[in-house]
Design a protein around this ligand. Sequence first.
Ligand code: BTN
Length: 248
Amino acid sequence: MQLFGQKIFKPDNTESTNRLAMHLIEQENADNGLAIITDHQTAGIGYGSNLWESEPNKNLTVSYIYKPFQVPATAQFFLNKAVSLSLYDLISDLCPNQVVKIKWPNDVYVGEKKIAGILINNIISGHYISYSILGIGLNINQEKFGSRIPNPTSLKILNGIEYKVDEIFNSLCIALNKRFNSFIMNDYEKIDSDYLYNLFRMKESNYFLINDEKVEARIIDVDEYGRLILENDGINKVFAFKEVEYVI
Ligand code: BTN
């Protein structure tokens, strides 16, 4: 099934492709799989209260509109997992000799550095997801980043090659279509196991920031709601987004 990227809307610039996607949904002008991509995002939105900075014409800033069929609101995190794995597949292909990992809840890392971020906005009607906006920022040719951005990297920094952003976009659409086939076929087991297998510092002892305190613990699982399960001194604790942060 080829869904993502079959239709493309490419304004020269926009504040945020996620925001534009939301606007198209509100106008009832949003086809399933539509990719909204721009070379210049002027006020990109990041996770939490962060901004997403991207130098014009250098990186991929794209949002896909997805209309899931009868996916319960409680299964929202599967969308995050499928997008994370699509990015993981793409970046692993482009960086074959490097360690690519998914960093919970919404980043992709190469080594110890962040190369991509994901921002998913879901619109819920009743018990189901009526629309999902899958926002992706992937650093491609940018070489210098603002000092506020924590440990960034890009494909060019890693591989010393200048990439064609459109080609990477096409490869991302292919990767998404592949991973979302598992999702549509209800192959949640594969998504779950691949996600955990490729998770940054899975089962390794690591420091986490919990209530402003540095705590040593190990990730042992991510539950169906996307909460991180950490083990510390034989005790498992469950953490929602924003309740815990990796210390890098
Ligand atoms: C993060 O790591 O903080 C998430 C970043 C998500 C950035 C992308 S770029 C395309 C889309 N439009 C936005 O405004 N944000 C997402």
